[in-house]
Design a protein around this ligand. Structure first.
Ligand SMILES: Nc1ncnc2c1ncn2[C@@H]1O[C@H](COP(=O)(O)OP(=O)(O)OP(=O)(O)O)[C@@H](O)[C@H]1O
Ligand SMILES: [Mg+2]
Length: 358
């Protein structure tokens, strides 16, 4: 029993303040919390709040413990057992008795990619590890597992091949085909804009991979220069299916995932299933950026603005090229190209004239 003499509110006969038993609704925004990613108010937060469905997921602040139900807690809740955390991988070490880690080759919000030597097959592979400190029972694990499950279904020359997923001690990693090359962000940073003929070739490979993924029901949802690699034989490879979903599956739509400047308005709004046209929007934004050397969909920190944003900086391009790009980046998906191949045909024809062919 509570000793009411110890409680000033009780002693003075004032009512106790109501106990907030519900936790604050929170929408998880993995992208915006990632290192190096721009900060933004996601839908439902801050002054730039778009009207939309209210988030339904409740989450406790990190490290907090849910308060026991009832007005008079009888005991302090027990300290939760420390969840195992991913530790930083060490180069030179052999992982899973097979993969000798050589060097880090890429960083993203969901992990770090290392080049490693597969001592069994005698080939290089790429290992994608969880970020150090990520709990080994968390959404980070769910995401990397989702990436594995989706990528495993895909077999296409322009999509990175996934070999396996491994768990070893406090490590959890994907084993992938090693792409010996650069991503398109690195290429744009080095070269600025690309020649129309090069962009045509990239568009054909990208369209072929996307058309294939879409045909088996997979929507990538994070097509951007960082996730398109060109290997040393000039073959394009799409990487990073960690954000992908199956088309028409609204289940994963409660989280805002993607990259501002490439993310379609319907992806930002959420509340409905995405389809192939979401990737076509981002595909258009990437092609425009390759041709001009500048981001076409300028992100000013306001996601509301991204719902209606129109491509910029296309003035130097021929009108037919602009028309193909603008149609890919229509805010209303019904006004966009219906398929990646349709967009690619229009773009390559406009870039190459009569020489085009898809
Ligand atoms: N199989 C691979 N071979 C070589 N390099 C790779 C491979 N996969 C990814 N990379 C490089 O590592 C970078 C980060 O990888 P990835 O995009 O998978 O990580 P992420 O954490 O999911 O990124 P994001 O922040 O986009 O979600 C890529 O931009 C690319 O440059
Ligand atoms: Mg990535």
């Amino acid at each position: 029993m509570e000793d009411s003499s110890q409680n000033p509110a009780r002693r003075e006969g004032r009512p106790l303040p109501p106990i907030d038993r519900g936790m604050k609704p929170v929408r998880r925004v993995p992208l915006f919390g990632r290192p190096g990613a721009p900060t933004v108010n996601p839908p439902g937060f801050g002054p730039n709040v778009p009207a939309g469905p209210k988030p339904a997921i409740a989450a406790a602040p990190p490290g907090s413990v849910a308060r026991p139900a009832g007005p008079h807690p009888v005991a302090r809740p027990p300290r939760p057992a420390a969840a195992p955390k991913a530790v930083r991988p060490i180069t030179g070490i052999v992982y899973a008795r097979r993969y000798k880690l050589e060097e880090a080759i890429g960083h993203g919000g969901r992990g770090t990619v290392y080049k490693a030597w597969d001592t069994v097959l005698g080939v290089h592979v790429a290992l994608k590890f969880l970020p150090p400190g990520a709990a080994l029972k968390s959404e980070a694990v769910d995401e990397i597992r989702r990436e594995a499950v989706v990528t495993m279904r895909l077999s296409h020359a322009n999509i990175v091949r996934l070999h396996n997923i491994e768990m070893m001690g406090n490590q959890f990693f994907l084993v992938m085909e090693y792409v010996d090359g650069e991503n398109l962000r690195q290429i744009i940073d080095r070269l600025g804009s690309l020649a129309p003929s090069t962009v045509s070739e990239i568009a054909r490979s990208c369209a072929s991979a996307l058309a294939y993924a879409h045909s088996v029901g997979v929507i990538h949802r994070d097509i951007k220069p960082e996730n398109l690699m060109i290997d040393k034989d000039s073959v394009l490879k799409i990487v990073d299916f960690g954000t992908s979903v199956m088309a028409h599956s609204p289940g994963l739509d409660e989280y805002l995932e993607g990259t501002p400047g490439y993310m379609s308005p319907e992806q930002i709004r959420g509340g409905g299933s995405v389809d192939a046209r979401t990737d076509i929007y981002a595909f258009g934004a990437v092609m425009a950026e390759l041709l001009t050397g500048k981001a076409a969909l300028v992100y000013d920190g306001d996601v509301n603005h991204l719902l209606e944003v129109r491509p910029q900086g296309l003035e130097s391009l021929p009108p037919a090229v602009v028309a193909a790009l603008v149609k890919a980046m229509e805010p209303d998906r019904d006004a966009r190209w219906a398929s990646a191949v349709e967009f690619c045909r229009a773009l390559t024809r406009a870039l190459e004239g009569d020489r085009a062919g898809v």
